[in-house]
Design a protein around this ligand. Structure first.
Ligand SMILES: Nc1ncnc2c1ncn2[C@@H]1O[C@H](COP(=O)(O)OP(=O)(O)OP(=O)(O)O)[C@@H](O)[C@H]1O
Ligand SMILES: [Mg+2]
Length: 500
């Protein structure tokens, strides 16, 4: 169902107040206009600068001279106006912080219920005072879909058809790519970016469109574009996890869909600190050749009540608009800690944001692959771990001997050293209980020593360094044992461990 259809139903069902979340005034107004025409209603629009257009007709008595602030007067006018009307209030959300406005809206909700009158508030973001939650129905006005974009593309092509300098011919496949890349933009943005592409490249160019999209992600402030900088071969060990990922490499393609494969939902990667959880998340993106967006869980929780929920909805929307893509929620326990633990300190905001996120995970059909990483499992709300949320939950343990050899090898090579000059087995034996990050630290420490002495790195430097480093796991033995026990029952291991 499209938003326009939903609005049509809500208006006919006499819902008193709707709140449409959208940046696109023009599209919303057009859609409302069409609905009103169909239902034989008059649409009045109001904004603080333009006032009510067209003016309302009053149901009773002569107009009283009023000197109310614009927003209150608008509500008063609606209160007294005739049946078969729809009112669209633009940019009204700032006024909803005013107690008088809230009260008037509640009165109106009561009055309009059951009458052929609807009040529609629209704004780019959802900020609803708690008092009004029960009286207002929220409608997400979706961004233009493929059909709309195709229509716009035709319009643009038509508009420049006499211009000999631009080439608007496209193969059907190219056209599909352009249309897909424009999804997630508003109609105005689409129009501008098509025009820009024609000016800059004299043709429709997908890179111009994608550049515009990066802008949007940057502006949203909640997501961050992550360049693909690691390969799966940069990650030592984790062969089970790698195999699992490998199997799903092409599962976002049309071919996979035709074959009957559902898009994978995501994985949760739990484990000991410094063992490469973040690393493998970054590597997946490069391996699958999909853009990766990092979700800043901390930033989701804005300062205003209601804003956090709006933030998470926005982040999800932006991610979906870039799909297929990977959404990476690093250290997820830090954001959602206490979501279910009755922590009332933030009046349930965390719990609500969390619920929004869970629902999305459960129901999402768009090809957004979620990678969540966490190391403190005890802080994770149990709902998160329930079946159906993630495809799989993996546990990354401290690397075993074979894995430590691999990690030494990876990091020596990365720093341009010949691995054959190092006895990997001896190094692995010396570093029982070390994490991948600590092994890397050993190599870096040894490099410092050698560099300070003005000579090349030797095997002995690495051995000496390994002997002085005390791994975190030795100090946190109990904690790690606890995580392991917990994980054994609930997760799948990222690698086959054969002892140390
Ligand atoms: N399995 C591994 N293979 C290769 N390098 C590794 C591995 N594990 C860790 N490292 C090195 O240690 C660095 C830190 O690891 P990373 O940040 O991925 O750990 P993490 O599990 O996310 O830790 P945290 O729980 O602290 O976030 C990596 O960038 C990488 O250089
Ligand atoms: Mg990490």
């Amino acid at each position: 169902m499209t938003a326009a259809q939903e609005i049509d139903i809500l208006i006919r069902a006499k819902y008193p107040i709707l709140y449409i979340v959208s940046w696109e005034e023009r599209r919303v107004e057009d859609a409302l206009q069409a609905v009103c025409k169909n239902l034989n209603r008059t649409l009045h629009t109001w904004s603080i600068t333009q006032g009510m257009k067209p003016p309302t007709t009053r149901t009773s008595g002569p107009a009283k001279p009023m000197s109310l602030p614009g927003e209150l007067e608008a509500l008063a006018q609606i209160h007294e106006s005739a049946d078969f009307t729809v009112f669209l209030l633009k940019d009204f959300h700032p006024y909803m912080r005013d107690n008088r406005v809230v009260r008037l809206l509640r009165d109106l909700a009561l009055r309009l219920r059951g009458k052929a009158q609807t009040l529609v508030i629209m704004g780019p973001s959802l900020s609803l005072p708690t008092d009004l939650e029960k009286d207002i129905t929220v409608v997400d006005f979706e961004l233009p879909i493929a059909v709309d974009i195709n229509k716009k593309l035709d319009e643009v092509i038509e508009a420049v058809k006499d211009n000999p300098n631009v080439d608007t011919t496209m193969k059907p496949m190219q056209r599909e790519i352009i249309v897909k890349s424009a999804q997630g933009l508003t109609m105005d943005e689409i129009e501008s970016v098509f025009a820009r592409s024609l000016v800059e490249k004299k043709a429709f160019d997908v890179d111009v469109v994608l550049e515009e999209k990066k802008q949007i992600i940057r502006k949203s402030g909640l997501l961050e574009y992550y360049p693909a900088e690691h390969k799966l071969s940069d990650v030592g060990g984790m062969e089970l996890l790698k195999g699992w990922l490998e199997k799903r490499t092409n599962s976002f393609s049309d071919k996979a869909k035709k074959f009957g494969i559902p898009s994978p939902k995501g994985v949760l990667i739990l484990g000991v600190q410094g063992c490469g959880k973040s690393l493998i998340a970054k590597a997946i993106s490069a391996h699958w050749n999909l853009p990766m967006l990092k979700l800043d869980v901390g930033r989701i929780f804005g300062s205003l009540v209601g804003q956090s929920e709006e933030n998470i909805r926005k982040a999800i929307k932006v991610a979906e608009s870039v799909a297929p893509c990977i959404l990476w929620a690093d250290e997820i326990e830090k954001g959602f800690a206490g979501a279910s633990g009755g922590a009332v300190s933030d009046s349930g905001t965390t719990a609500r944001v969390f619920a929004t996120f869970l629902t999305w995970m459960q129901e999402k059909t768009s090809p957004v692959f979620l990678i969540a990483t966490a190391n403190n499992v005890s802080q994770l709300p149990p709902e998160m771990l329930r079946k159906g949320r993630f495809d799989e939950i993996f546990f990354v343990d401290l690397p075993d001997k074979e894995e430590r050899k691999q990690i030494f090898s990876i990091h020596l090579k990365k720093r341009g050293r010949d691995v054959k000059k190092f006895k990997l087995t001896e190094l692995a034996d010396l570093t029982i209980g070390f994490s991948g990050a600590e092994i890397e630290q050993v190599i870096v420490g040894a490099l410092f020593v050698a560099f300070d002495d003005g000579r090349e790195l030797t095997h002995k430097d690495v051995v000496d360094e390994a002997k002085v480093v005390v791994p975190l796991s030795r100090m946190m033995e109990e904690d790690i044992a606890e995580i392991r026990d917990w994980a054994k029952l609930r997760t799948r291991p990222a690698s086959v461990h054969d002892g140390d």
